[in-house]
Ligand binder design. Structure first.
Ligand code: HEM
Length: 468
């Protein structure tokens, strides 16, 4: 045996001994654990390469509850009823502890300030974006969408994601932060958007790795934080005394401890609002345009509410939204099919699920993407079938059973109703104003990220022209 072989063999044996010594199962009732054979790294490579496929393969191989050991952490996935129930209702899990490190790494908000602020800011957002106050945004949102759609001109060919971003980004920013507070005009926006896109693309890795390894991402983050210093100071200066006239940002500033971190929170709010809603708008339009019978029915509905296309700047009332239910179903169906890869809670006391005990310290994981592919909840799960939403009691703001794209329980996404309304309005206005032809097939979803809704792989061009 040559020296290299001997060294390799010794290394492998050494690693196995360390693994054996350090990684004995902590509890014989723990779920099956996929731990790889490299100490600390565990199954990080296999998991990181294609996380969503890895989760599904592990479920098939190990059953509905399993643990993945990676980067020194245990991630325990629950995929079926009892586990899902425990994920959303158990008092032995903690949301804040699960997301604190992500918030710290992506926005530089230290743990102490995060814990101090979280529940107050969450209640503020829940109140301001809840269904009863949402319609305060509706008129302005509609105006904003019109204004930015006017820049698209009478016809063109464009990547659908870019087309949506150019309208939705400035409109959302203006309604959340106040008009003119963030860069939204054409010349300033380009640089801002480039940095924001880099920040968004690196968000997931940035949440797991020290900033040192993410130099470009870190540069964009710092650039954005600098811009947000001005955004925040303008918002503070212009804050009206009457509560109804305040923007969401101004409400958050009123409730924030540690004012010097306001730019960091503003960045987090911008990310949370854009990173999910823009891909959802893309998928909703792409699915509608690629399903001719759905597209035709939607155009008949739109025509029956607003008359023949061509009128300038229609206003959309709450009543109009209710009449255009098929577009809302398409939005929810697009969210179902392209929902976040995983959401997480930290286990703070051991939890018993089925025959297993999940030890304290584990990250409890649930994949909305895969739950939405369970035929028990969603028959024919891979098919875009907006009419399945007929069964949901949307009048009472209830989704379908098994729909967990926005999380659930105490920490559900506070922006969910705003996101649905934004996409609903954007689709109405786009389809009323323009005729679209898809020039490329609808792309596949990337399946590479656990955080946030799924992104399209590659471009999808559309041709659009004003309806006559
Ligand atoms: C379709 C679009 C959206 C999806 C799929 C989505 C999904 C989610 C999910 C899964 C969570 C975590 C919930 C949990 O872990 O239990 C979350 C949290 C959050 N979302 Fe959304 N979201 C969307 C749009 C928005 C919008 C438009 C806003 C703001 C305007 C927003 C603001 C937030 C915030 C601030 C949190 C953190 C809540 C907390 O700290 O407790 N989201 N969202």
């Amino acid at each position: 045996m040559d020296v290299t072989m001997a060294v390799l063999l010794a290394l492998v044996l050494g690693l196995l001994v360390v693994k054996f010594a350090l990684f004995q199962p902590r509890n014989p009732n723990s779920p099956p654990c996929i731990s790889g054979w490299i100490p600390w790294l565990g199954a990080a490579f296999q998991f990181g390469k294609a996380p969503l496929e890895f989760i599904e393969q592990a479920r098939v191989k190990y059953g509905p509850i399993f643990t993945v050991f990676a980067l020194g952490n245990r991630f325990t996935f629950v995929t079926e009823e009892e586990g899902i129930e425990a994920f959303f209702t158990s008092k032995d899990t903690d949301f804040e502890q699960a997301v604190q490190q992500t918030v710290q790494r992506t926005t530089s908000v230290p743990a102490e300030i995060f814990y101090r602020n979280h529940s107050r800011l969450y209640s503020t957002m829940k109140g301001k974006m809840g269904t009863s106050s949402l319609y305060l945004f509706a008129g302005t949102l509609c105006q904003e969408l019109h204004e930015h759609m006017d820049c698209l001109g009478t016809a063109g060919t464009e990547n659908l994601s870019d087309l949506i971003r150019s309208v939705m980004y400035p409109a959302t920013v203006n309604i959340l932060f106040g008009k003119g507070v963030c860069p939204t005009n054409k010349s300033d926006i380009k640089e801002f958007e480039e940095h924001f896109q880099k920040y968004d693309e690196g968000f997931e890795y940035g949440s797991q790795m020290p900033e040192y390894f993410m130099r470009n991402w870190s540069k964009s983050k710092k650039w954005l934080l600098k811009v947000f210093e001005k955004v925040v100071s303008d918002a503070e200066r212009a804050s009206p005394s009457d509560s109804d006239s305040k923007t969401l940002l101004q409400h958050l500033l009123d409730n924030l401890h540690g004012k010097h971190l306001a730019p960091n929170y503003a960045l987090l709010l911008l990310w949370a609002s854009q990173a999910n809603a823009m891909p959802v708008a893309f998928w909703t339009l792409a699915f509608i345009l690629s399903h001719p019978s759905v597209y035709k029915n939607i155009m008949e509905d739109v025509g029956s509410v607003f008359g023949k296309a061509g009128k300038e700047n229609i206003e959309i009332s709450e009543d109009d939204l209710k009449k255009l239910l098929l577009i809302k179903w398409c939005t929810l169906e697009a969210i179902r099919l392209r929902s976040p890869g995983a959401i997480t809670k930290k286990v703070v006391n051991p939890i018993k699920i089925q025959t297993f005990t999940i030890p304290a310290g584990d990250m409890l994981m649930l994949s909305p993407y895969w739950v939405h592919r369970n035929p028990k909840y969603f028959p024919d799960p891979e098919t875009f079938r907006p009419d399945r939403w007929k069964e949901a009691n949307l009048e009472k703001n209830a989704f379908l059973d098994g729909f967990v794209a926005f999380g659930g329980g105490k920490h559900q996404c506070p922006g969910r109703w705003l996101a649905i309304m934004e996409v609903h309005m954007l689709v109405i206005l786009f389809l009323y104003k323009y005729e679209f032809i898809l020039l490329d097939p609808v792309p596949k979803e990337s399946l590479l990220h656990l955080v946030g809704t799924q992104q399209p792989v590659g471009a999808c061009r559309v041709q659009y022209k004003l309806r006559q």
